[in-house]
Structures are given as structure tokens and as C-alpha cells.
Design a binder for this molecule. Structure first.
Ligand code: ZN
Ligand code: ZN
Length: 310
């Protein structure tokens, strides 16, 4: 049993698996939980509207300050670019090689998230800032002032690592495709990062493949107000919430820093399970069930699914 926030308690049993209960009565619209991304990525067409340092969305006008090497990250201004220099140095080389993957937009977004997650693992494993300084001539900025929003949350690779991957459900062919993707991602990263994050190349390939599965089963989409997806992030704190086709909470609000907040869609009782929806709830039952089975490997038994013809 684990407490995620004062409003939520994580429990585990044989029937419901891991699930989250509300620790107190909540009003409609109440914020239940917020989480910053452990790793995130944006589509190439929307990257110019997001500051890679603060994750602040621009109001319709493209940011013009960008990394001239990879051309994948944009900044609100020169100061943000400077703040981000050390962190971006670690990923820039891999981002520059992304076009060689010839992947579609959503897989490229996935690639950025996984590459960033692996880089964070290397940093947690003690990747030496002096090494980065030697290679790129960039010094680790002094903490406090210059640690980005998304690094200030105390999320770790360990939280990401413990997310469900459902890899045994993928089937040989589908999982093999993830293994191939994982190998390609590892090949993009400089050796000094891979060698700090993992002990052997076999471990690196497997962890990269499993990370892709974890991403697919746990990521949150970032959307525009018009509902178009602009990016995605892995936010382990929020991934513990189970699905319902008639959820009592929603987790779709993008805030400064890429933070996702979960809000109550209706009043929630103390001790009630807090659910969000993993699918489009307006779809017919058969479509919802097929979608959930294919992407999340379960047959939904929520109250809405138990009513015939809904
Ligand atoms: Zn770059
Ligand atoms: Zn359902």
C-alpha cells in the first residue's frame, strides 16, 4: 500500500490488481493528483510551439530560438536555451540522427520519450557532469535556479521501471518489433550514455524494448484545445489509475511544465476507486473493448460495459 498524494492511496489485490482509492470525499472539479513527466516528446510540427526548457506553450506564434544542430528543440528565448544547454547536449546527438529511423510521427514522438528516459537513467546512475563538460564544453548548471520543472519532481527510473509493460501479452512478432525499435534507439545514443545506464548491450536492448511497451501502456497524450495531439509524456505517478469507460476523473490537462492534472468529473466518495478512461468513451462498447484489448490487453468489466448494448 502506497500513498501517492494525500487524496489517493494505491492498493493491490487479486481481483482489481493495482488500483487507487480516494482517501476523502472530493467535489466535482477537485484536483486529485498532478504529475510532471519523467520523459516527454513532442511532434516535429508542434515542437516550435513548446519551450523545451520550461515546456511552456506559445500562444500560436512559433518560437524562433532553437537548437541549430538537431533542429528538434525550440525555446521561448536565449535564456531558456542557455538553461537547457547541459541537458540538451546529452540528447542532441541522438535527436540529430532521428531522421535515419524513417519512422512516422507517433513513433518519432515515442523515440524522443524513450531516449530521454534512458538519458535520465544514465544521470541517476551517476553519469559524470565532468565527462559531459569534457565532450561538449558545457558545464552542469548550478542547481536550484536552473533545474527544469520536469526534473524537479522526484520521479526516478525506478518508478518508470515498475510500470506495467504487458510484454508477455504482446506476442512474439509484436514484441520482436519492439526489440528492433529498442536496438535502433540504443544505436542513436552516444556510447558513454548507454554504458552508464546499462551494464551490457543485451540489458540495454531489452530495457529499451520494455520501455517502449511501458510507454505504449502508460503514456499520456498532450493535446491542443482543439483536441489535436501535440506530444506525449510518461508520468508514472498518474499511471497507477485504472480505466473505466464511465470514469469519475479525467487526466488531460496540460499545464506549464508539461504537468498533467487529474480532476474529478463528478463527486467522489471517500474510499471510491478513482478511474480515468484510456479510450474514447463515446464509442460503442464493441469498439471500446476491441481498442482496450489490443492496446492494454484487458477486457473491460466496468459498470458501463456490463450493461447490454452500450
Ligand atoms: Zn540539438
Ligand atoms: Zn468499460
Amino acid at each position: 500500500m502506497k500513498e501517492l498524494a494525500t487524496t489517493i492511496q494505491v492498493q493491490e489485490n487479486a481481483i482489481q490488481g493495482r488500483h487507487c482509492l480516494s482517501t476523502r470525499a472530493l467535489k466535482k472539479g477537485a484536483t486529485i493528483l498532478t504529475g510532471k513527466p519523467y520523459a516527454f516528446g513532442f511532434t516535429k510540427s508542434y515542437a516550435p510551439f513548446i519551450c523545451a526548457w520550461s515546456l511552456e506553450k506559445s500562444e500560436g506564434i512559433k518560437y524562433t530560438v532553437r537548437c541549430e544542430h538537431c533542429k528538434h528543440v525550440y525555446y521561448k528565448g536565449e535564456a531558456e536555451k542557455q538553461h537547457h544547454a547541459f541537458w540538451h547536449a546529452l540528447e542532441c546527438e541522438a535527436f540529430r540522427k532521428l531522421p535515419t529511423l524513417r519512422w512516422n510521427t507517433s513513433y518519432l514522438m515515442l523515440a524522443k520519450v524513450i531516449l530521454r528516459a534512458i538519458i535520465r537513467k544514465a544521470l541517476e546512475n551517476g553519469l559524470s557532469p565532468n565527462k559531459v563538460k569534457r565532450i561538449y564544453g558545457i558545464q552542469l548548471p548550478t542547481p536550484a535556479k536552473t533545474i527544469p520543472h520536469w526534473l524537479q519532481d522526484h520521479q526516478t527510473w525506478s518508478n518508470f521501471h515498475h510500470l506495467v509493460s504487458n510484454e508477455e501479452q504482446y506476442g512474439t512478432l509484436r514484441f520482436r518489433a519492439r526489440e528492433n525499435m529498442g536496438k535502433k534507439l540504443i544505436a542513436l545514443l552516444p556510447d558513454y550514455i548507454v554504458n552508464t545506464a546499462f551494464r551490457t548491450s543485451e540489458e540495454a536492448f531489452l530495457e529499451a524494448a520494455l520501455s517502449i511497451c511501458k510507454y505504449e501502456c502508460n503514456c499520456f497524450g498532450y493535446f491542443t484545445d482543439a483536441g489535436e495531439q501535440i506530444g506525449s509524456g510518461v508520468i508514472p505517478a498518474i499511471s497507477f489509475l485504472n480505466h473505466s469507460c464511465d470514469p469519475n476523473a479525467d487526466a488531460m490537462y496540460y499545464q506549464l511544465g508539461g504537468e498533467i492534472s487529474v480532476e474529478a468529473l463528478r463527486p467522489i466518495r471517500k474510499g471510491e476507486e478513482v478511474n480515468i478512461s484510456y479510450c474514447e468513451t463515446k464509442q460503442a462498447k464493441a469498439k471500446r473493448q476491441a481498442y482496450l484489448k489490443f492496446h492494454y490487453f484487458f477486457t473491460c468489466a466496468c459498470p458501463k460495459c456490463q450493461i447490454k448494448k452500450r
